[in-house]
Design a protein around this ligand. Structure first.
Ligand code: NAP
Length: 283
């Protein structure tokens, strides 16, 4: 950090490690071992590395994991059959289809085929409905991780203006629902939003999930705001966020990139698996 830095670092790596330690105790006290399964199709190296990091963290929390790796040429019907088998397997608590799927496969049909009680990615329409209906359900891991980071550092959300840049099903929309649930006044910005800077400057809590490296600079941030960078883009072999590092001189809180929202996402997938196991096995 430079001498200009004023923002408190929202250390996702640290908070995620603490969360995994807590989960480990919780899991050890259960009369069964929760199990998470991954379905990975094709040989995309980024997907393989994401799955590996989730497997490692699952192991640290005492959660069993199994990964099914299928060739990119696998017909959709065969994948649906595998999902059906995992749905019916009473020992499986979580099913995660690693996205993106190779061209030619219908991602939505795959996500819809997962038993909502095992949908640890929270993308099944049933879980999306529960989220917007304000009822308990499985929620996508990245937005959950953002909320957990804010809570861990005591950042107030209730009564504040929150701006979410990005409206994807995976990040922007579910995050807006969670912020609204916590009594923030929420605005969702996207690629058609005119004068983005005027919108982001109003935010007490600003979450950027556009996948546009360096989209948000210091002049777009309200002094003292909490800024969470979700965007991850590989530029010349380096991971670059959507928020410029200079924002640290204006913001009150800021996630580092990497080491902010990324580790939280992985930890929340494991947390979702434990939640899914508890709900399903006690029902
Ligand atoms: P996505 O589906 O591509 O959505 C991107 C969103 O950003 C869209 O709603 C898009 O608007 C909006 N957008 C794009 N350019 C913009 C601009 N110039 N100004 C304002 N809004 C703009 O992506 P995603 O799945 O939500 O992921 C977003 C980023 O987060 C990616 O970099 C991804 O790799 C990263 N990610 C990180 C984590 C993590 O753990 N940190 C987890 C998941 C994703 P339109 O809807 O109008 O196109």
């Amino acid at each position: 950090m430079t001498s200009e830095t004023r923002a408190v670092r929202l250390d996702g790596k640290q908070v995620a490690a603490e969360l995994i330690d807590r989960l480990k105790f919780e899991v050890a006290a259960l009369p069964y071992t929760p199990k998470l399964t991954f379905v990975r199709v094709g040989d995309d190296p980024a997907s393989a590395s994401y799955v590996r990091s989730k497997e490692r963290l699952a192991q640290r929390a005492g959660v069993e994991s199994e990964t099914f790796v299928l060739p990119a040429t696998t017909p959709q019907a065969e994948l649906l059959e595998l999902l059906q088998r995992l749905n019916e397997d009473s020992g499986v608590d979580g099913i995660l289809v690693q996205l993106p799927l190779p061209a030619g496969l219908d991602s939505q049909a795959m996500l819809d085929a997962i038993d909502p009680r095992k949908d640890v990615d929270g993308l099944h329409p049933y879980n999306v409905g529960l989220l917007w209906g304000g009822r308990p359900g499985l929620v996508p891991a990245t937005p959950l991780g953002v909320m957990e980071l804010l809570a861990s550092y005591g950042v107030r959300v209730a009564g504040k203006h929150a701006v979410v840049v990005g409206r994807s099903e995976l990040v922007g929309k579910p995050l807006a629902a969670l912020l609204l649930r916590r009594d923030a006044t929420v605005l969702i910005a996207h690629s058609k939003t005119p004068d983005l800077a005027a919108v982001t400057r109003r935010a007490d809590v600003l979450v950027v999930a556009a996948g546009r490296p360096g989209l948000v600079g210091a002049d777009m941030v309200k002094p003292g705001a909490a800024v969470l960078d979700v965007g991850l883009t590989r530029v010349d072999g380096r991971i670059v966020g959507d928020v410029k590092p200079e924002v640290a001189s204006v913001a009150g809180w800021l996630t580092p990139m990497p080491g902010g929202t990324g580790p939280m996402t992985v930890a929340m997938v494991i947390a979702n698996t434990v939640t899914a196991a508890k709900w399903r096995r006690s029902a």
